[in-house]
Design a protein around this ligand. Sequence first.
Ligand code: UDP
Ligand code: MG
Length: 138
Amino acid sequence: MSKTLIMIKPDAVKNKHVGDIIARIEKEGFKILGMKYLQLSMEDAKQFYKVHAARPFYNDLCKYMSSGPIVAAALERENAVAHWREVIGATDPKEAKPGTIRALYAESKEANAVHGSDSDENAELEISFFFKGYELVP
Ligand code: UDP
Ligand code: MG
C-alpha cells in the first residue's frame, strides 16, 4: 500500500464536480485517510508549488490555486501515485484520455480540475503540508 495527496482544484469546486470526483476516488479503490475543504492563501500556494518556482506558469498557477476553495485529500491504495495519475489523465485536458477526470471536468491546462503527487516521496511531503498526524485515519 502507498499514499498520494490529491486536490480538487478551484475550477472543479466552482463547477460542482466535488461529488463526482469523490465518487470516482471510492470507485477506484482508494481509502480516504484524510480530507479537508479549505482555501489556500497566495503564500500557501507558493509554498506548496515551490518545486515549480522557476517555471513560467508559477505565479499564475499560485494565483489560480488561491482563487477559491479546494478539497485536499490523503489517499491510500496499492500503487497510489501512479494509479491516481492514470485516473486523472494528462496535465492538459486536450491530451487527457477519454474518461479521465481531467478529460471529463477540466477547464484548461491550468484549471485542470485535480492535482496528484508525482512520487511517493512528494506524496509524504504534500500530505504533511495539509495534514497533522492525528488528522489521518489509518
Ligand atoms: N500548469 C500550467 N501550465 C503548464 C503546466 C502546468 O498552468 O504549462 C499547471 C497545471 O495546473 C498543473 C500544475 O501547473 O496541474 C503543475 O504542473 P505539473 O507539470 O506538475 O502537472 P501535473 O503533475 O499536475 O499533471
Ligand atoms: Mg505535478
